[in-house]
Design a protein around this ligand. Structure first.
Ligand SMILES: Cc1ncc(COP(=O)(O)O)c(C=O)c1O
Length: 398
């Protein structure tokens, strides 16, 4: 008889030669438990998704209640589905003005596609500007604006009209001109190695986009929903984009993405022709019900503030470990933290050693010397101490 592990490698398409391959039995709060009963403390949250922890009771209850009412009733945009309407209204309340209209999708990359298409059609311009080190997803449009040639090259030709500027370099923003439909940026680069821009960069970018009539798209797929200590990272700089892209934690653990903008900009996809951009499952009622429960719980219990406070605790504890095992610096906002290592080998060894001791970590897609920490935002100080003890042990034994 074959095991699930055998069948996973045989029948499930693989994305890397070395998957973590935990056989998940249950996941609850900050912990994943495998089939053997081993507990893992999850400092990745399924890559930034489980911000309220795994299987949060408020989310599970909302999923169950909605599943009993109706599942898929119609493609996106045709019927009035209460969970969708309520979530869109709540998002309009909690995002900066004038963002007020939401288009729901299934994933982050699909939301990026929608944002890029909206910008092209709204401005009538062809070009996009993105940043070196950025990550926006793996479909063709999103990949075209992804800032690492390693992942673009095998799939070329991609969109030919993309210019990449260095992240956090105000001097180069003059290269954004009247031919640009949109500039897309993560306010804090996630896969690029948790890169936080200087205070003036995003305001300067906002100003330049306004000058030349290019739309500014903020991809807050990873930074959204309290991760950086504010509900949205754009609040750190008080910069409001023209289009805001959301996913990951939006669905509370269910697959859901969205892009939001003004009523005027969001009208673009509904005419000339009508049905210019459609999706069957986007905004699935069960996912929207989960998203609403998650967002409400987050706001009622001040989760972004908790992320800010616990992020400071974690960062301070990490600073104490600098200088051991090839670990050289740490930086972060809230509970999105990057640890820099001297070499890819030291990084990998650290991650693997922590994993063996029951702590889930990962390096970033574009920086193999950066370990990104993104634990659930409800993490306790005791969990932080547990993780730091494992990390200290790993660093002292590498
Ligand atoms: C900043 C950012 N944008 C977009 C995406 C793509 O999201 P998805 O995997 O849901 O398509 C990701 C995924 O990691 C991301 O980190």
């Amino acid at each position: 008889m074959t095991t699930n592990r055998d069948d996973f490698f045989r029948f499930v398409a693989q994305t890397s030669p070395e998957p973590m391959a935990i056989e998940v039995a249950r996941a609850q709060g900050c912990v994943i438990i495998d089939k053997s009963g081993k507990e893992y403390l999850d400092f990745l949250s399924g890559i930034g998704v489980a911000s309220l922890g795994h299987t949060h009771p408020a989310v599970v209850q909302a999923v169950q209640a909605q599943a009993e009412r109706y599942l898929h009733a119609m493609v996106y945009g045709e019927y009035i589905q209460e969970p969708q309407v309520h979530l869109a209204r709540r998002l309009a309340e909690v995002t900066p003005d004038p963002l007020s209209v939401t288009y729901f999708t299934n994933s982050g990359t699909e939301a990026v596609e929608g944002a890029l298409k909206t910008a092209r059609k709204y401005t009538g311009r062809a070009r996009f500007v993105s940043f070196v080190g950025s990550f926006h997803g793996d479909t063709f449009g999103s990949l075209s604006v992804g800032g690492n040639p390693l992942y673009r090259t095998p799939f070329e030709p991609l969109l030919p009209t993309v210019t990449f500027l260095p992240f956090n370099d105000e001097a180069t923003l003059q290269r954004i001109d009247e031919t640009v439909a949109a500039v897309i940026i993560e306010p804090i680069q996630g896969e690029g190695g948790v890169r936080i821009p200087d205070p003036g960069f995003l305001p300067a970018l906002r100003q330049r986009c306004r000058e030349v009539g290019a739309l500014l798209i903020f991809d807050e797929v990873i930074t959204g929903f309290g991760r950086t200590g504010k509900l949205f990272a754009c609040e750190h700089w008080q910069v409001t984009p023209d289009i805001l892209v959301l996913a990951k934690a939006l669905g509370g653990g269910m697959p859901l993405g969205a892009f939001m903008s003004t009523p005027e900009i969001m009208a673009t996809l509904s005419h000339s022709p009508a049905l210019a951009h459609v999706t069957t499952f986007g905004g699935h009622p069960v996912c929207c019900a989960a998203g609403l429960a998650s967002l409400n719980f987050m706001l009622e219990t001040h989760v972004p503030q908790q992320a800010h406070a616990q992020g400071s605790v974690l960062l301070a504890r990490l600073q104490e470990l600098i200088g051991t095992g090839g670990f050289v610096t740490a930086r972060g906002r809230g509970l999105l933290i990057g640890m820099d290592f001297t070499t890819p080998e030291a990084t990998k060894q650290f991650v693997q050693s922590c994993f063996a001791s029951g702590l889930i970590l990962g390096w970033t897609l574009h920086q193999d010397t950066v370990v990104r920490l993104a634990p659930p935002l409800i993490i306790t100080t005791a969990d932080i101490e547990r993780a730091v003890t494992i990390m200290r042990h790993a660093l002292h034994h590498t």
